[in-house]
Design a protein around this ligand. Structure first.
Ligand SMILES: [Zn+2]
Length: 258
């Protein structure tokens, strides 16, 4: 008979309080995929595990199999990401990558590559890496590892190589499309040369290399717009934390953005 308890390295994607002092945690585990667990009594002041039941905590959790939900029985922290939590732009980016992982995964489908992607993004945000660079790198690599890699080499519509000039972006076609196809399709967004080059660079780079990308406000906004449209097309819904990041960006004086 299988053991009732097991250990799982995981990052908390989100939490939901319920009953008097309980909390549901949505864990993204390295080996078992996304798992919902209940932390009983976690909101009481005496709970020893309270510090491990917050969103974006990386820990090794001890879990007991339950009839419906598994039950949290112990935790050892691996990373709290304290510096990320002190900066509103960084923590918002952390919530954003966690929301995307939640949207792109089904329960109990293991994916170590996605776990590594999430862990890398959070660790880099905690180290103070630019939130727009981390988010756009994450968008592309999440799409790639989930089987939705955008076409960036040839026109996604007619398959001719993309010219060195303004092309267009069309998520429904699968990525970049040529200027010729763009004139025949309606409602496509212009794709600048430097945005296309930046997307290619981000897709082939690890995050430390990607951090060399210089994103001015205009380029950051164009990449954000294109990838958000692509992600929204794939998951067929808006990303709540992306709107929060818009609001935070608009709060900042323009000099800080550029
Ligand atoms: Zn074309």
């Amino acid at each position: 008979m299988a053991s009732r308890t097991y250990r799982a390295e995981a990052i908390v994607l989100k939490t939901n309080d319920f009953a008097e002092a309980d909390r549901i945690l949505v864990l993204f585990t390295r080996h078992f995929g996304k798992v919902r667990v209940v932390a009983k009594g976690i909101r009481r002041a005496t709970s020893r595990m309270a510090g491990h039941a917050e969103p974006l905590t990386h820990a090794t959790y001890q879990l007991a199999r339950g009839r419906e939900l598994d039950v949290l029985t112990g935790a050892e922290a691996r990373a709290i990401y304290r510096d990320m939590r002190d900066d509103l732009a960084l923590i918002a980016a952390g919530w954003y990558v966690a929301e995307l992982v939640d949207r792109f995964t089904a329960d109990r489908v293991p994916s170590a590559p996605l776990f590594d992607l999430l862990e890398t993004a959070l660790r880099s945000l905690d180290a103070g890496m630019s939130a727009p660079v981390v988010c756009r790198w994450f968008d592309l690599h999440l799409l790639d590892r989930s089987g939705f890699r955008p076409e960036l080499g040839v026109c996604a519509h007619c398959r001719t190589p993309l010219a060195e000039g303004t092309n267009a972006w069309e998520p429904a076609a699968g990525g970049a499309i040529c200027a010729g196809c763009a004139t025949r399709l309606s409602l496509v967004a212009p794709l600048s040369v430097r945005a296309l080059k930046s997307l290619r660079f981000l897709l082939v780079s690890d995050l430390d290399t990607a951090a060399r990308l210089r994103l001015d406000a205009m380029l950051a906004h164009e990449l954000d717009r294109h990838l958000r449209a692509f992600v929204r097309y794939v998951i067929d819904r808006d990303i709540a934390t992306a709107r929060l990041m818009d609001e935070l960006r608009d709060l900042k004086p323009p000099a800080r953005v550029s």
